[in-house]
Design a protein around this ligand. Sequence first.
Ligand code: SF4
Length: 486
Amino acid sequence: MTVNKCQELNDIEECVNSNRLYHSDKYHEISEVEQTRIQKDLLDWYHVEKRLTMPWRKDNDLSWDRQALGQRAYEVWVSEIMLQQTQVATVISFYNRWMEAFPTIHDLASADIERVNTLWAGLGYYSRAKRLWEGAQKVVNQLDGLLPNNAKDLQAEIPGVGRYTAGAVASIVFGQSTPVVDGNVIRVLARIRAIHADPKKAKTIDLFWDIAASLVPQSKPGDFNQALMELGARVCTPQNPDCSHCPIQKDCRAFKQLELVKSLSKNGFFAEKKKRKQIEIEHECSTCHALDTNLVEDDYTVTRYPLKVEKKAPRDEECAVSIVERISPNKEPLYLISKRPETGLLAGLWEFPTLELTSLESKYNERVKGSSEYLKMRYGLEFDTTPHRQDLGNVVHLFSHIRKVYHIEWIQYEHGKDLDDEKDVKWVTLEELKISPIPTGLKKALKLLEKYKTTTSTPLTKKTPVKKAPVKRTIKTEDTPTKRAA
Ligand code: SF4
């Protein structure tokens, strides 16, 4: 029998009594009574529970002058873009460093993009840092240094500002009653309205925005939006929602369904399969999809919302990375790095010579050959004497859509002459390398080299002993954004 899950869950009690089920789009709407109650309960909870450890979370007053509100808008904008990358706890230190370097939008606008990328390194998605920088320049050069004070203009005029960021800045800083929808909000709304549909589909996303818009109050819209996100991050979590401490439990359909199922179970409903099959279904919901299902009691948990859709597995890519270390006449090691193209993955960052591989080249001997040719062709690099070459193992880095395996090789050689830097290619000291904007995956590669050097001497350098000395290993890193996770 084909049934619609939310339909079945919604009216299951009625079903038992009448053998008939009816479910329509109205099931997802918020009534006026619910709206008022949710607004009040959530704001009351937030004013007691809100986390004050976030440096961007400050009181702001709508009576402030436009300059002061503009400064707050800049701070919230930066924090919101960073929070699209990773968790709150991680963002705090990045945010503090950023604000120390670029305390105002004017400082950011006049900064060098290399410096911007350096401060962003570790957050992933460098294109967002670039758009922040471009946005700051537009605001300073064309908008008198002031970010627009409403969601529509923010989204229309500022590079990289989408509907979510525009709503967050406009509501939090300028008190505009406009909604926000991020991953946490989607989870809460899917549960309180029992929306069992693909949350990535445009129609479902539109529904979330409509519900969020129907909830956001005229008074304190910024607090309300932050409360909704905070509830998702701390109470209505993906795996273990704490329903017993949830301020909006009484308006949550997922929770009600669970309670109902418990009581039906006591009355033996789930044992009577025959009776369930007699139920007549009338389905008019245009969002939740119909499923062929025969749910058992254990299926009825609040975590069935939002609907889980299978993620496409990231594709595998491999590359050969050469950490080329030149020992100069004064014995100081210098490392070869070059700048990536201005568009595409890791745009504008610096990297060690990196050769994309086919699977046929994944053996070390084959990579050595390929890398040598690449170093000669791309960098004009030929060695006067035989260099010391060492396979250091792998670094695996996960982007949202790519699983990248970096095969790391260290090439150490001596060179008596100075080599000139060229445009987008340079030789840097270890200290310079460590503060260069290079991707996280390659920073891990450098750590492999440093660890290796603690155990082994070469004809050109002595080992640098430390207590522990792992030799080869694989390090996994991740660059997958989690929208406003805890
Ligand atoms: Fe989430 Fe539970 Fe609260 Fe519903 S009652 S919103 S499922 S925490």
